[in-house]
Design a protein around this ligand. Structure first.
Ligand code: SF4
Length: 231
């Protein structure tokens, strides 16, 4: 993959936040600056691409699909301010990966230890569905994050889109030949002959999955126990 000019190989939140490559998503993000589109009145919505966050020496990388409209798109930090984030950050705290059980916004003092969190697509998409072109256009940011996070040994992909985004990264790097050869499955562990990093998939920690019992907090804890053994 050819990187756009000026994109380096470090973690660069300001550059990501300034990205304007996708007209549709940039316009959708910006629409949340209008008070009539805000679910949390009086909150200064971020309404821009949301960079990753966490420990730059992380051994565990968590990848979601995209910012939630009134979660990360509001607060400017992945999984901060929505239902999925509540489940995720509670679990990280229980498992000793963070200093806070609940999170509020970018100024809440949250510190992650050994974990970095990002999204496959950095802008909130309408109906939570980025197009194939938008996913592909955003992939270089994920590629750069993965290249910069040199200590990562385990990648947790939250949902099939994140799973497939990581596989597209591996394809770009020549680790695998085809994305379609790998099936998504909850708690499934994949090792690759040409790469030391292990891929683990999980159902998304969405409020819908929790409310319908597709995923429980016990399953989340069991998943993190498994991840810790793999690290
Ligand atoms: S989705 Fe990614 S590539 Fe598109 S504008 Fe947002 S940050 Fe840029």
């Amino acid at each position: 993959m050819t990187k756009p000019e000026g994109w380096g190989d470090a973690l660069f939140p300001r550059k990501i936040a300034a990205c304007r490559k996708c007209d549709r998503l940039v316009a959708y993000c910006a629409s949340f600056q209008q008070p009539e589109n805000q679910k949390v009145p009086g909150f200064d919505y971020w309404a821009k691409p949301v960079p990753g966050f966490g420990d730059r020496k992380a051994r565990l990388l968590i990848i979601g699909l995209a910012p939630g409209a009134h979660g990360a798109n509001r607060t400017g930090r992945p999984f901060t301010g929505d239902g999925a984030g509540e489940v995720l950050y509670r679990a990280l705290y229980r498992q000793g990966f963070s200093n806070r059980e609940s999170v509020l916004d970018r100024q809440d003092g949250l510190l992650l230890n050994g974990v970095y969190i990002t999204n496959a697509v950095k802008c909130v998409p309408p109906k939570n569905r980025p197009s194939g072109e938008e996913k592909q256009r955003c992939l270089p940011w994920l590629v750069d994050e993965l290249d910069a996070l040199k200590e990562v040994g385990v990648v947790l992909a939250m949902g099939k889109d994140a799973h497939d985004a990581y596989l597209r990264y591996l394809k770009e790097r020549g680790v695998i030949q085809t994305v379609g050869a790998y099936r998504f499955g909850h708690s499934k562990v994949v090792r690759f002959e040409k790469d030391r990093r292990i891929l683990v998939a999980t159902y998304h920690f969405s409020r819908y999955n929790i409310n319908t019992g597709v995923l429980t907090e016990e399953m989340v804890d069991a998943l993190f126990e498994k991840l810790k053994k793999l690290l």
